[in-house]
Ligand binder design. Structure first.
Ligand code: BG6
Length: 298
């Protein structure tokens, strides 16, 4: 594998042609190419200069999902926390032969963020001594992202975490999301009311913003082609029991200044693996790890 670092991005590629690009800003994966194709959606108006969280790819949401609650340790933070709008450090790479295949290579890139790297503003707003290690592992057919959270301080802290993956799809009306049937979800487009998923192949036909809860991380969420039922993406998780399914649809897409073109809502679906319906409490000195593994066009 080759790894190159330039302009605040780290890019790795495999001899078989797959590649991944990560911006130090947010440790945001902005490109993942596999099977000769880009797998992630990136808005044409995404800010790549560190002035705003990157609209597309895989922003990391930490330590709060969505608007922070009132009277909470995260209350002074922006929506989705500070990880996606802080500059991380590149910790290095490692590579090996994949265990699961015939001599295929694997490359892993590690990124770090800790309280010492935060802006003063964020450090004041969330004054805990923490360290994050985010590992992005590229295989021939899959991309794995894993986050380790460490509490290096003397007091406990609570956090939420989510990998806000923007998957690229050709046509939103031609995909289905599977393995959510009978699961409970909070519908953020309907005053956060609770519902039970009735469909075994969810079609996205309007603005969608749902937090599916208490899922078995080992059961893949599958984005499949409606025409022939073939899987386009299959996402398994570790320790991440919630999955957010988000598509802004027509009006919301138009309303986001950094979302372009307006019609690009047809070319993306966010399937976001996280731990967001409650809070993880991390005791002083402890660490926690969560991960997602996205397989493409199996
Ligand atoms: C999703 C949320 O995870 O992120 C949505 O469920 C939100 O409610 C979306 O609109 C995008 O958030 P942002 O802050 O990147 O515009």
């Amino acid at each position: 594998p080759t790894v190159s670092i330039q302009d605040n991005t780290v890019e790795a590629s495999l001899p078989t042609g797959e590649s991944v690009t990560v911006h130090l800003y947010g440790a945001t994966v902005t490109s993942w190419k596999a099977n000769g194709q880009e797998q992630l959606f990136l808005s044409q108006k995404a800010h790549l200069d560190g002035s705003k969280p990157i609209r597309g790819g895989i922003p990391v949401v930490f330590p709060v999902f969505g608007p922070p609650p009132k009277d909470h340790a995260t209350s002074a933070l922006p929506q989705h926390g500070f990880a996606r709008n802080s500059t991380w450090e590149y910790l290095g790479k490692s590579s090996s032969e994949s265990a699961d295949s015939q001599g295929d290579m694997t490359v892993k890139l590690d990124f770090g963020l800790s309280h010492t790297l935060l802006s003063e503003e964020f450090r004041k707003a969330w004054p805990y001594e923490f360290a994050l290690v985010y590992s992005v592992t590229l295989n021939k057919n899959s991309l794995m992202t894993a986050l380790e959270v460490r509490n290096e301080g003397k007091e406990n802290f609570d956090f939420q975490v989510l990998m806000h993956t923007y998957l690229s799809v050709e046509d939103i009306s031609a995909v289905r999301v599977k393995n959510l049937e009978s699961k409970t979800y909070i519908d953020k487009t309907q005053n956060a009311t609770s519902h039970t998923e009735a469909s075994n192949a969810l079609a996205i036909t309007g603005e969608t913003d749902r937090v599916y809860q208490a899922l078995d991380p080992a059961v893949p969420i599958i984005v499949s082609s409606a025409a022939d039922d073939k899987p386009l993406f299959s996402i398994t998780r570790e320790a991440l029991t919630d999955v957010v399914v988000w598509n802004p649809w027509i009006e919301k897409a138009k309303g986001m200044a950094d979302f372009a073109p307006d019609e690009a809502y047809k070319n993306m679906i966010c399937v976001e693996a996280g731990s967001v319906s409650g809070w993880q409490t991390l005791e002083a000195g402890d660490s926690w790890e969560g991960a997602q593994n996205i397989k493409s066009r199996l």
